[in-house]
Structures are given as C-alpha cells and as structure tokens.
Ligand binder design. Structure first.
Ligand SMILES: Nc1nc2c(c(=O)[nH]1)N[C@H]1C(S)=C(S)[C@@H](COP(=O)(O)OP(=O)(O)OC[C@H]3O[C@@H](n4cnc5c(=O)[nH]c(N)nc54)[C@H](O)[C@@H]3O)O[C@H]1N2
Ligand SMILES: Nc1nc2c(c(=O)[nH]1)N[C@H]1C(S)=C(S)[C@@H](COP(=O)(O)OP(=O)(O)OC[C@H]3O[C@@H](n4cnc5c(=O)[nH]c(N)nc54)[C@H](O)[C@@H]3O)O[C@H]1N2
Ligand code: SF4
Ligand SMILES: [Mo]
Length: 729
C-alpha cells in the first residue's frame, strides 16, 4: 500500500452481526474516514454510528500492540517469543501439577466476528484438553443451539426470519433497532421493518419495554419479564382450540407435531393472562392475526433467551412456526445457504453427559455455563481451575454476579488474556497478548453469513499494513497450540501446513467445495436452485480469488426453501424431542402456579443502545459523548411508589449485590420492571481505558445472580432478576 496517496478500501464492519459494508479511506497507515459502501449489494450503504468506532479503536493510544507481562503493579513489554514461551510453560506446568482441568478457558463474543480466531483458535483450546471451557454463549444464545442440535441435528443450523418477504413479524424480546439484529444478520433493519408495513404487513413486538423497535411497530404488548413461556404455551393452546394450525407442508418432516396439543391443553389464555400481563382476548388476537397472514414469522431473541425458561420459550417459538406452516417457507423462518459453509465440517454440538464439578450444571458442545465459572475457581478439590485463558472476553463485566468472578480471578495462579485492552478482566492477567484490530486483518464472516437474511458472500482484505511484530488472533493461537503440543510430547508435524494455509486458505476450500463452488458436492448439504447455478453468473464457481475481485461482495439471492437438505439427522426428519423439552413444563407449573400467590417482585431487565457494543467500545470518545446513558429506567407509578424522581440516586439491591445508579423515569417501561444497560462499570482499579474511565457507569451484572439459571440449558438469567430499591438521601 502506497504511503502518500489516499486509497479507498471496501471492507466489513465486524462490530455487530449486521455485516455492513464500509468504504474506508486511508493514507498510508492513517485511516481517514469510514463511510457506508453504497455498492455493497447486501447493506446498500447502510452503517450505524458505531462504524466509526473501528477507526477510534485503531487510533486508540490505550490499545496494546505488543505483549505485556505483569511486573508488580506495572506492565512490561516483552517479545512475542518470550510471551509465548512464558504462557505455554506456565499453562503446561499448571496442568502437570493439577491436571488438564486446572486450566480454564473463556471465549468472548468478538471471536465470532473474527475469521482467524474462529478457524484457528480451536487448535489451541483443543491442545489444552481441558473440560473447563466457558464462553459468552451461556449469557446469550445457548438455547438456540440446543434446540437446533436436537431438532435439526446441528447446533448452528438456526433458521432466521425471512424479513424481506414476511407479511407478519412477531418479535419477542429483541430490539433490532438498537442491536441491529441478532441471529438475523440484517443491515438496515429499520428500512426492512418499514418495508413489511409498506407492503401491508404487520410488525408486532412483545417486550416489557416500549423499545425503539416497538415504537416503529404496528402493535406492542408489555409482557412481565420471564413469563414468555406462558404466552407461548397459550398461543399454542389457541392454535389447537381454534384449529388454526397448518401442518400439511411440514408433517412429512415432523410426523408427531400434532402431539403438541397434549402438552398445551392446560394453558388457556385466561390462565396465563394475569402472570404475563397480556389480556386473554389479546393473546387470541395475536394468534389469529398471525395465522391470517400469508407468511408470518415469530422470532425470539435475547429477552426471550436469557431468562428462567429461555430454552423452553425458544423451543415453543419454533413449534409455533412449525405448526403454522412457517418454517422453511418464504416469508417465514428459513435456513440460510452460505457460500463457505462450516456446518458440515464443524462439530454438531455434543449433547454429552458431563455436568459441572461443583453445581452439576449441564455441559453443551463441550462448554459449561459461565454462571458456574467462579465457583469452579473458588472451590478446592480435584479439577479446580488454577489458571485461565481469556480470549476476547470481558466476563468481569458481562457475566452474572460479576463481583464474585472478579474476586475469583484475583485468586488464580495464572491468567493470560488475548485482548488489546487492559480491561476489568485482563487486568487480572499475568500476560496480555494483543492481536491487531479489525481493519488490520483480512475478514470473511464465517459465522454471520450463516444467519444472513440473504445469501451473500464477501471477503475483505486488511485496509492498513501492520508492523512485522504485530500479530493476528490466529497467529497467537497457533503459536501457543504448537508449543503446548510440543511440551506434551505430541506430534507437531501438521502445523507447517496450517501456517502456510492460513485461515484464508480454509475459506477458499470452503468456498470451492460449497454450494456455489466448482468442487461442490464433497460434503455439501443443500440445494441450489437459484440463478447462481447458471454458468457465467458472478456467483457461479466461487473462489477466494473471485471474492477478492468483487470487493463489495456477491449477492447469492434470496433465502431458498431447503428441507430436507437443511436437516442433519440421518433420517432427514425434525426430531421434536418432547421428552427433553416438555419435561420442563413441570418447572413452569411449579414456578408460576404451585407457589402461594404473592405480590410479584420488582424485576430487573437489560437494554442496548446503538452506540454500545457490550463492554468494550466505551473508550471511543464519540461513543460516550452526551448524557449519561447508564441509568436505571423505571415507570412513573414506581417512581411514586418508591418516592423516586427523575435524576435521583437510587440504591438497587439483589440477592447477590448492590449498586447506586441515577434514576430515569419513563412510561416506556412496564410498571414493576426496571432496566439497566449492561457493559458499564469502568471504575475498577488497574484498567487502562482512559476515556471509558471518565464515563464509568455501573455494572448491572453486580446484581444478576449466578445461581439463577435456565435449568434446561444452564443459560444465565439476566432478565427478570428480583431487586429492591431505596432512594439515596
Ligand atoms: N446484564 C447483561 N449482561 C450481558 C448481556 C445483557 O444483555 N445483559 N449480554 C450478553 C451478551 S449477548 C454477550 S455476547 C456478552 C458479551 O460478553 P463478552 O464477550 O465477555 O464481552 P465483550 O464486552 O464482548 O468483550 C470483548 C473483549 O474482547 C476484546 N476484543 C474485541 N475485539 C477483539 C478481537 O478481535 N480479538 C481479541 N482477542 N479481543 C478482542 C475487547 O477489548 C473486550 O475486552 O455479554 C453478555 N452480558
Ligand atoms: N448497539 C449494540 N448492538 C448490539 C450489541 C450491543 O451491545 N450494542 N450486542 C450484540 C449482541 S452480543 C447481541 S447478542 C445482540 C442482542 O440483540 P437483541 O436480542 O435485539 O437484544 P436487545 O437489544 O438487548 O433486546 C432485548 C429486548 O428484550 C427485552 N426483554 C427483556 N426481558 C424480556 C422478557 O422477559 N421478555 C421479553 N419478551 N422481552 C424482554 C428488552 O426490553 C429488550 O428490548 O445485540 C448485538 N448488537
Ligand atoms: S450496524 Fe453498525 S455496528 Fe453493526 S455492522 Fe453495521 S455499522 Fe457495524
Ligand atoms: Mo451476544
């Protein structure tokens, strides 16, 4: 890249799931500007205010570029060789002394947005052979994976809303106008939601908050946090009672679907009305409107997943889509057909029988729920975690009972963090290994193309050069993996090929053997009846070279019906697995109906803001400018009840912790519910985030309770946490 002239590059924003195309102007190693890429066929020029945070991250003086080692209270730069040797020897030594499980691993969200980390990180984690693996999945989408694994045979085969063709979009616990969509890669979601209404369709939002998305919808219903499971049971009840189901198309794949009736018989709309806060007549209307639409989709996200019955709720949402004939139908829930499809080669998600050592929480896909991480560090005995590897995560801010985890991390014998910031979590590390930032590395979206609302493919090359001693995540992981294998006396012969292939070589293989590639068929699990099949079409015969030659990306057409190919079970059927899921109805009954009726406690939920990204872009001055956003929202009625006025300082207490926060009175939130955004609390001693420290906010996960989990999955309960309020005088 020339040093003097301005150059334009076409890249992808990797901050959220929307995969917006960006046009980045550079001069030498300087990033001049970031704009929306108008020629990107998928995002068509759309970006949100966060895109510019990529530049701020690149320019951030607080960002580490070389490895550092802790020396007392200070950090000392060391060479990569020394850092890798130190980390590998330490981890190996701890495993020799305490067994393989003595080393724990926590993987954070940005790994999913990082081609190198997702493809080559596993070499390192596998070399450690530890059972003590954790990730942000269990404060997020774990229920989706379990459902997809059981129903469709693969944990990542998750159907997504065909937003561009639906006539009725019911959103339960998602706020795509703030989050830009999740498990639905959807740049410019606002335009697409308005599109539904323009073509005469309807957007319905079920949320304890009248969110930005609710404001734009046609219909919004407040729901008592954590009671979605009752709403869904009643919606299914209405389907059967009024015989509104439509199972003809899907019955061949789900032969026992009509048995659902038996499980929902006792859940009339009248029965659940008080607990959910939604009138019986409205529940019936929700179902009839949905069934009258030509194509409809019911979509549940964070709000529906991270709650006491998250797995059962998401399962019932899937059943509702199946029973109304909307799975695998244009305008319904559809399976994406990505160009580089890792599913056939990646693990399906082991259902295993492992349970966590201390509390017996279930493992899924080789990971335990992060809600039990602290106790695995704090409780002595065989298998106790003595050292942690943190890869692109900040669990001290993002996981339940954060203060307990903070204390647990302080007791470790060793921690290594792969991160470019000294955060609330990495400040506990002995060594920090900083990778380059997003615009300094090549990118192909391995994960989020799979959940995109159109079939699409795009490869972006790094837009700026780096120094020879700056490394990417994959180089860090491969270096460590090779050393750990060597220390264990295992063969390292295969590493040479990996170093030369690189993640981009893997992407090339996947493209060529994939649905739109010339070597298609090797393991491809799908149909391709779109016009991409035609000789001469840009989308035909995809290779890495072809994608590089089309830097705005290549559109591969709208989502296509893909049953039975999308099913990974050998019999090509959907396994509804009633025994596993419906058994949880006993817990629903016990929770909602067996207890003596008493007043419902005040409960806490979370929220996102367009200028946040979980815990980590608050060091960009542009992202934190303006009024304090880390407030506790509460309804005016609750303001009166607790004697709290707008702007008052309030003490909020839960079973596990307490904090003080500014109150914001708003009727956008349901009475009996308070909302605090997550990702804040940048006031810990030892962090090096000079801007974020000026706008610290408070960490809501001081209040969330590690003992409160969705028992079926072990997923954390971050919504619906009982709290008490007290005005600070
Ligand atoms: N109360 C409450 N808590 C929540 C949520 C909520 O809604 N409410 N949401 C949950 C959800 S959905 C999620 S996904 C989790 C996220 O939880 P985490 O993944 O634990 O946290 P992040 O804030 O994403 O932290 C990412 C870290 O990775 C670093 N990083 C960024 N990019 C890279 C990279 O390319 N490579 C490397 N090596 N490091 C990088 C950042 O500096 C940061 O320190 O939070 C969860 N926590
Ligand atoms: N700007 C921004 N964008 C992001 C992120 C970010 O931090 N900031 N994080 C990214 C990540 S990691 C993820 S996973 C996605 C998440 O994306 P979304 O799933 O859209 O998550 P939220 O925006 O938190 O919206 C969740 C909604 O659920 C509601 N809710 C809370 N409890 C309940 C309940 O019990 N029932 C119902 N029905 N609703 C409830 C909340 O009021 C909120 O409106 O966003 C991604 N995009
Ligand atoms: S919506 Fe914003 S953060 Fe998400 S990919 Fe697009 S520009 Fe980036
Ligand atoms: Mo997430």
């Amino acid at each position: 890249m020339s040093n003097t002239e301005q150059q334009l590059h076409y890249s992808t924003c990797t901050l959220c799931e929307a995969m917006c195309g960006i046009e980045v102007a550079t001069k030498g190693r300087q990033i001049l500007s970031i704009k929306g890429d108008k020629d990107n066929p998928f995002s068509q020029g759309h970006i949100c205010p966060k895109a510019s945070a990529l530049k701020d991250l690149y320019d951030d003086p607080d960002r580490l570029k070389r490895p550092v080692k802790r020396v007392g209270d200070n950090w000392q730069e060391i060479t990569w060789e020394d850092a890798f040797d130190l980390v590998a020897n330490k981890l190996h030594g701890i495993q020799q002394e305490h067994g393989e499980d003595g080393v724990g691993v926590y993987l954070g969200n940005p790994n999913a947005h990082n081609m190198g980390a997702i493809l080559f990180g596993p070499y390192f984690y596998r070399s450690l052979k530890t059972h003590n693996r954790y990730s942000a999945t269990s404060v997020d989408q774990l229920p989706h994976h379990i459902i997809s694994r059981r129903l469709f045979g693969h944990m990542s085969q998750i159907p997504i809303p065909d937003i561009d063709h639906t006539q009725h979009f019911m959103i339960i616990g998602g706020n795509p106008l703030a989050s830009n969509g999740s498990i639905m890669t959807v740049p410019n979601v606002k335009k697409r939601l308005k599109g539904i209404q323009k073509r005469g369709g309807k957007v319905v939002v079920i949320d304890p908050k009248r969110s930005e998305t609710a404001d734009l919808s046609c219909e919004h219903h407040f729901i008592r946090p954590g009671s979605d499971v009752l709403l869904l049971l009643a919606m299914l009840h209405v389907l059967f009672e009024k015989q509104l189901y439509n199972v003809e198309a899907l019955l061949p794949y789900a032969e026992d679907i009509m048995e659902v009736e038996h499980y929902v018989r006792n859940f009339s709309p009248e029965k659940v009305s008080e607990k959910t806060g939604i009138q019986a007549s409205q529940i019936i209307q929700l179902v009839t409107d949905f069934c009258e639409a030509e194509a409809a989709v019911c979509y549940g996200r964070m709000g529906a997943s991270v709650q006491a019955f998250g797995t059962l709720t998401q399962y019932l949402i899937m059943l509702f889509n199946i029973l109304t004939g909307n799975l695998d139908k244009r305008g319904g829930m559809m399976f994406t057909q990505p160009a580089a499809d890792t599913l056939p080669v990646a693990g399906k998600g082991s259902l295993g029988t492992f349970t966590s050592r201390v509390r017996g929480l279930p493992a899924f896909a080789g990971e335990y729920p992060v809600a039990c991480l602290a106790e695995e560090i704090l409780t002595p005995g065989d298998g106790q975690i003595k050292a942690m590897v943190i890869g692109a995560g900040n669990p001290v801010v993002t996981t339940p009972n954060a203060e307990q985890l903070d204390k647990a991390f302080a007791q470790l014998d060793f921690m290594v963090a792969v991160d470019f910031y000294i955060t609330e979590t990495s400040r506990h590390a002995d060594v920090i290994l900083p990778p380059v930032t997003a615009l300094e590395r090549d990118h192909y979206d391995i994960v989020f193309h799979n959940f995109a609302v159109r079939n699409f493919a795009k490869y972006s090359e790094a837009v700026v050069d780096t120094d020879a001693d700056q490394l990417t995540d994959w180089q860090i992981y491969l270096s460590l993996a090779e050393r750990i294998d060597k220390l264990n006396g295992r063969s390292t012969a295969h590493y040479a090929a990996l170093w030369s292939k690189q993640p981009k070589g893997v992407v090339d293989d996947l493209l060529q053997t994939g649905l739109y590639g010339d070597k298609r068929g090797a393991f491809q699990n799908g149909v391709n009846d779109s016009d991409t099949e035609k000789e001469g079409s840009t989308a035909h015969g995809l290779t890495l070279k072809k994608l590089k030659a089309n830097p705005h990306g290549i559109d591969l057409g709208p989502l296509q019906p893909s049953l039975p190919f999308a099913l990974f079970h050998e019999n090509k059927k959907i396994n509804l697995d009633f025994d596993y899921f419906m058994a949880d109805i006993d817990r629903v009954n016990a929770h909602f109906f067996d207890k003596q009726s008493h007043a419902q406690p005040l409960v806490l939920i979370g929220r996102r803001h367009i200028k946040t990204n979980n815990s980590w872009i608050h060091n960009s001055p542009r992202m934190v400018k303006g009024n304090n956003r880390c407030t506790m929202q509460l309804h005016p009625d609750d303001g009166v009840k607790y004697g709290i006025e707008n702007g008052d300082e309030v003490k909020v207490k839960s079973r596990v912790g307490e904090l003080t926060i500014e109150a914001e009175i708003t009727d956008a939130i349901m009475p009996g519910v308070v909302s605090i955004p997550h990702g804040w609390g940048h006031n810990k001693k030892g962090i090096k985030l000079s801007v974020a420290s000026q706008h610290p906010g408070v960490n809501t996960n001081i209040l969330t309770d590690h003992m409160q989990v969705d028992e079926l999955s072990g997923n954390a309960v971050l919504n619906g946490v009982p709290v008490e309020l007290e005005k600070v005088s």
